[in-house]
Design a protein around this ligand. Structure first.
Ligand SMILES: Cc1cc2nc3c(=O)[nH]c(=O)nc-3n(C[C@H](O)[C@H](O)[C@H](O)COP(=O)(O)OP(=O)(O)OC[C@H]3O[C@@H](n4cnc5c(N)ncnc54)[C@H](O)[C@@H]3O)c2cc1C
Length: 380
């Protein structure tokens, strides 16, 4: 591997790999088929702190730096990307509060999540996906409170979350300047959780529509001030895109391992198929793409660890490159396994199903390329 890990990073890698192999992997097929949310597996994940890895120690988290977080997320993604996303969504939700909240809000949110609970960040709406600023969930001031009304969709963890961060608007005509972020507790009256999405992949994760019907939130639950909603969301999105990229590297690594070991065993025309150059080309491209993606992710994580504030260009480059590579590796892994790759008896069809969403969420890869081109225009 081109990335060099410290002893601590090697220990974390080993700890997460061991947990994922022993506690999660034996149950992945069952939950992938049923689409049920594996509550007990997540409780075990909470016990080892997989939901709070990058949360500072002063709030009770593991306090890992971003490079180490990438190492851990890759290991989780290698076994099950849905499990990885579930844990990541929680830590990103808490991180949003730690970035945009007051001391009291930070402590309150940490107290909810640290002992073992899910968090959900909800910005997307049925008519506001890529164009997030066109969101219509309203926040109307009423004395010391705000009243929230609207519909949110695709909220990861929404059906099981204790902590919600919701983006709304006080005045749609103000566009981003009217946006606000609120932290809410899961049992707040007026929140109704819709049916869980029956998804093609990431089936160990929970994804729901949420209806906000006259939800009264104390003004003291607003993160930052009016106009900060999108800013808080985007700060989370840059980090989120990089963390997602680390999971994409894990997906690609898994596909590559499965394809290579199968190619060594499978004999056609009297020799293992790995001896055919056409197969070797596919495997070599997997190795190159995955190693390149890993290097890009680690480099960008290092920038964040050094305190670089604006990593939009790096985050978008990593997100698009790593997820395109994951989808390519997964698709080629199915090809290397031939008809067996298409069968549920082998793991690569699941890897292919799981990989696709990484080109879509946290901003589609088309939107990433718009961000990249915009940043290039500033640079050159
Ligand atoms: C499993 C899952 C989990 C999710 N989790 C969360 C979550 O926890 N919180 C949350 O807030 N959201 C979440 N999302 C929502 C996700 O971020 C959005 O689906 C995504 O941003 C795309 O929005 P959309 O689905 O409305 O697609 P659209 O915006 O309608 O895009 C449709 C297509 O048009 C393309 N397109 C749109 N505009 C342009 C443009 N200007 N130029 C070029 N192409 C364009 C897109 O690239 C895409 O290919 C999740 C989604 C899924 C499926």
């Amino acid at each position: 591997m081109a990335v060099i890990l410290t002893d601590e990073q090697k220990d974390i890698k080993e700890m997460v790999r061991s947990f994922m192999e022993k506690a999660v992997k034996p149950h992945v097929k069952e939950f992938d088929e049923s689409g049920e949310f594996p509550i007990e597996l997540y409780k075990q994940g909470f016990e080892v702190g997989l939901h709070i890895m990058n949360i500072p120690e002063e709030y009770g988290g593991l306090g890992l730096d971003n490079v180490t977080m990438a190492v851990a997320l890759e290991e989780m993604g290698r076994v099950d990307p849905g499990f990885a996303i579930t844990m990541l969504s929680t830590s990103l939700t808490l991180k949003d509060v730690l970035v945009g909240g007051t001391a009291e809000q930070k402590q309150r949110a940490a107290d909810m999540i640290i002992p073992g609970a899910h968090g959900t960040f909800s910005m997307t709406e049925p008519n506001a996906g890529s164009d997030a600023v066109s969101l219509t969930t309203t926040a109307k001031k009423d004395g010391d409170s705000y009243i929230l009304n609207g519909t949110k969709c695709f909220a990861t963890n929404g059906g099981y979350a204790d902590l919600f961060v919701v983006i709304a608007t006080v005045d749609k005509s103000l566009r981003s300047k009217g946006t606000v972020a609120f932290m809410l507790e899961g049992n707040t009256p007026g929140i109704t959780i819709g049916a869980h999405e029956d998804k093609m992949g990431l089936r160990l994760s929970n994804t729901v529509t949420m209806y906000l019907d006259n939800v009264r939130v104390p003004a003291s639950n607003m993160l930052g001030k009016v106009g900060d909603g999108i800013k808080i969301a985007l700060h989370g999105l840059d980090a989120g895109r990089l963390y997602n990229s680390a999971i994409s590297v894990g997906i690609a690594q898994h596909a590559m391992e499965e394809a290579t070991s199968y190619a060594k065993e499978r004999v056609q025309f009297g020799k293992p198929i790995i001896e055919n150059q056409a197969v070797q080309m596919m495997l070599a491209d997997m190795q190159m793409g995955t190693e390149a993606a890993r290097c890009m992710v680690h480099n960008s994580m290092r920038l964040m660890d050094m305190g670089v504030q604006n990593v939009s260009l790096e985050a978008s480059c990593c997100k698009a490159f790593a997820s395109d590579n994951a989808v390519k590796c997964a698709t080629d892994a199915v090809q290397v396994l031939g008809g067996y790759g298409y069968s549920k008896e082998y793991p690569v069809e699941k890897i292919m199903r799981d990989s696709k969403i990484f080109q879509i969420f946290e901003g589609t890869n088309q939107i990433q390329r718009l961000v990249i081109a915009r940043e290039m225009g500033k640079l050159y």
